[in-house]
Design a protein around this ligand. Structure first.
Ligand SMILES: NC(=O)c1ccc[n+]([C@@H]2O[C@H](COP(=O)([O-])OP(=O)(O)OC[C@H]3O[C@@H](n4cnc5c(N)ncnc54)[C@H](O)[C@@H]3O)[C@@H](O)[C@H]2O)c1
Length: 436
């Protein structure tokens, strides 16, 4: 197998985040703390994960970052947009995820990251009122302004390459319609300032037009429709969405494959959460919650395959609730009640109580996605990057295919993709010793 041509990770990589709230600033602060030797990038596969190569007896398991040419953390620079003027320091303090002492130890660095003016419209995020927002004639005009921001950022920060990761609030639910079908229909709708175009799409469009890979970390419709996929292919840029897989859904995609592997039945899965950060406040609006709900509900079906296993999973009742509860801040609590059944239909229950810090789980995902998307770009990959499904709740898949949600299949797929990229044998886990 030959090694694919991958351009070197030379020079600086700018990681741009529309939205500089809890997730984005926890990510930025964590990378800087790790660079200063003041913390470990725990949860990041690109920084801490190893990959087995060849036979088990070969004893070759390098760090992933030593195996594939990834940008070093030292070469990352940060930028972003927000509807509030707060610097990354103020936003991180406000989010209350990392303790103040830790933020103060890199205070000057965080204070130096100031958001650019956002593309925003309250119709799409009802609970927020922005003050640091661009004015423009229509969506296309606003996209041109974001494109200029991208070019300016690249030049001013001496970046060789850029990646954009949407870390903005969850927008209201939009289903793909006529305007989302072709590049022409999307661009016409942008010029008309059509209400089926949302601000997150403007950032995605601007990124792709500037040759910048784009990832959507939230559940709203942003790059997961035919026009945007076509644009990413036309421009030769990788895209991927959507919704970082953290918290309760991460647990779901860890547990459900286990039940299925053991052929245990499921009759009900009730998930409820309390959280009190700004994300929780935004999700308190039914229209934003609907976007999240669709994303959270989708994972079980493709893991459990009720069509193949009707006796076990056909009648599963799956319910997800999110409750805004300010006293908890970013420290979410997620409860799951899982009703399972086993041998001779005997019923059992499992209760999960996850005291989780959402942004702590999301920050390493932002880092890994940004680094892998940059790798994909340097390897000449374009369009939907399904091999990164591991990181997202609703991964985009090629047309006509269901996304893979099983965390362990996703990990295998991602590692095999890296082996393929570097000309190593794929690992099948076949035990050849039993055969002649
Ligand atoms: N924390 C997690 O584990 C997790 C998991 C999956 C998805 N997400 C999603 O990631 C996103 C960010 O989460 P968070 O906890 O950082 O939320 P947050 O509310 O702390 O930050 C979002 C930021 O985006 C800004 N914003 C809103 N609209 C914008 C726009 N049009 N342009 C620029 N900025 C805009 C807001 O002002 C806010 O500062 C949310 O959509 C959330 O649903 C988070």
């Amino acid at each position: 197998m030959s090694t694919k041509q991958v351009l070197p990770a030379s020079g600086k990589l700018g990681i741009l985040t529309p939205g500089m709230g809890a997730v984005s600033t926890t990510f930025m602060a964590g990378v800087e703390l790790a660079r200063q030797g003041l913390g470990q990038p725990i949860g990041s596969l690109t920084q801490m994960g190893h990959i087995r190569l060849g036979k088990r007896t070969d004893n070759r398991s390098p760090l992933i970052k030593d195996f594939v040419p990834l940008t070093e953390m030292d070469d990352i620079v940060f930028g972003g947009w927000d509807i509030f003027e707060d610097s990354a320091y103020d936003a991180a303090l406000n989010a209350g995820v990392l303790p103040k002492e830790q933020l103060d130890s890199i205070g000057d660095f965080l204070k130096g990251i100031k958001p650019m003016k956002a593309v925003f419209d309250q119709r799409y995020v009802k609970k927020l009122e922005g003050t640091h927002v661009k004015g423009g004639e229509n969506w296309m005009d606003l996209a041109d302004q974001v494109r200029q921001d991208i070019r300016d950022f690249k030049a001013n920060n001496d970046c060789e390459r850029l990646v954009m990761v949407w870390c903005g609030s969850t927008e209201i639910f939009l289903a793909p319609g006529d305007v989302h079908q072709t590049i022409d229909s999307m661009e016409a709708a942008m010029r008309e300032h059509h209400d089926q175009i949302a601000p997150s799409m403007i950032y995605a469009y601007a990124a792709l037009m500037e040759g910048v890979p784009y990832v959507n970390g939230a559940p709203n419709l942003s790059c997961d429709f035919p026009a945007m996929v076509a644009l990413s292919k036309r421009e030769g840029v990788p895209i991927f969405g959507k919704d970082f897989k953290t918290g309760q859904t991460l647990m779901k995609t860890i547990l459900a494959p286990g039940f299925k592997a053991r052929m245990l039945g499921l009759s009900g899965w009730f998930s409820t959460n309390i959280l009190g950060n700004r994300d929780g406040e935004v999700l308190d609006d039914p229209e934003s919650f609907k976007t999240k709900e669709e994303s959270k509900l989708s994972v079980l079906d493709t893991i459990l395959q009720p069509d193949l296993y009707p006796q076990l999973y056909k009648d599963l009742y799956h319910k997800v609730r999110i409750n805004y509860y300010p006293p908890r801040g970013d420290n979410k609590e997620g409860w799951d009640n899982i009703d399972i059944f086993g041998w001779m239909g005997q019923k059992m229950q499992i209760k999960v109580d996850f005291l989780c810090k959402d942004s702590i789980l999301a920050a390493p995902i932002v880092l890994d996605l940004a680094l892998f998307m940059d790798l994909a770009s340097r390897a000449g990959m374009m369009g939907i990057q399904e091999w990164l499904s591991f990181y997202l709740k609703s991964p985009q898949a090629a047309e006509g295919l269901d996304p893979e949600h099983d965390l362990f299949i996703q990990l295998m797929k991602m590692k095999n993709n890296l082996r393929h990229l570097m000309g190593e044998d794929l690992i099948t886990h076949l035990g050849t010793e039993y055969y002649d």
